[in-house]
Design a protein around this ligand. Structure first.
Ligand SMILES: *[C@@H]1O[C@H](CO)[C@@H](O)[C@H](O)[C@H]1NC(C)=O
Length: 234
């Protein structure tokens, strides 16, 4: 009889423990409902029959964003630059840090606490234009230039190639998808001019040398004859 009574008591205790629910402003601990600590704080010691829950404020770098029965505060998130993040809102004792993408980055993974991971905006390639500039939420969109136009990857539209005409009528370099055509004035061939000058110079030197040599020779002949004439006469 006493054994069955004990069994009944145990069953009742277990049953009552399982169905024991607390008011939303309370938490369950050791079969008792204790008042929760306010946001910004945590439980230091559970309530007892004689006194209420004792609470401690969250220390720096930790927070609690709702009334709690936990004995610890939560750790504030870091906005890691390596994950492309910067602080949008600093951590307080009642709210976690809110992160946002760095300038030139977009968020690829976000929660209610803001962005968790961001990636750098794609750079458009030469030959493409920026169809849609990247935002904090979306990547940049690039599109290829059509024939006869160009963009170096930083333009918001492809520019038509320059048509060479006066005063620069000569096409030096045809346009590509990534670069404009290059025009210039009719240019003289520098190599040809240099060769011409050298040839003329050599010719002049040659002629001058010849003339000088001739003069010298004829001078000698003249003087030799003169010398002979003088000798014969004397
Ligand atoms: C693209 O062209 C713009 C304007 O001509 C220039 O300022 C910029 O440096 C160029 N960028 C590249 C990557 O070549």
């Amino acid at each position: 009889m006493s054994l069955s009574l004990l069994c009944l008591i145990i069953i009742l205790k277990v049953f009552s423990g399982q169905i024991l629910t607390c008011h939303p402003a309370e938490y369950l601990t050791a079969g008792r409902c204790c008042p929760r600590c306010l946001a910004g704080s945590r439980v230091e010691t559970d309530c007892t029959e004689f006194r209420s829950t004792s609470c401690l404020p969250c220390t720096d770098g930790t927070y609690m964003n709702h009334p709690t029965g936990l004995k610890y505060c939560l750790t504030c998130a870091n906005c890691d630059a390596g994950s492309g993040l910067q602080i949008k809102t600093s951590c307080t004792s009642t709210s976690n840090t809110v992160c946002q993408p760095l300038e030139g980055f977009y968020c690829m993974d976000s929660t209610e606490d803001g962005c968790v991971k961001a990636l750098k905006h794609t750079s458009c390639q030469p030959g493409q234009y920026i169809r849609q500039k990247g935002t904090a939420l979306r990547n940049t969109e690039c599109t290829d230039c059509s024939d006869g136009t160009f963009s170096n990857g930083t333009f918001t539209s492809c520019q038509p190639h320059t048509q060479c005409e006066s005063p620069k009528p000569r096409l030096i370099k045809p346009g590509t998808a990534s670069a404009d055509a290059e025009c210039g004035k009719e240019k003289l061939n520098v190599t040809a001019i240099v060769i011409c000058v050298i040839v003329v110079l050599f010719l002049l030197i040659g002629i001058a040398g010849l003339v000088y040599f001739r003069k010298k020779k004829s001078g000698k002949i003249c003087c030799y004859f003169l010398y002979q004439t003088i000798q014969t006469l004397s």
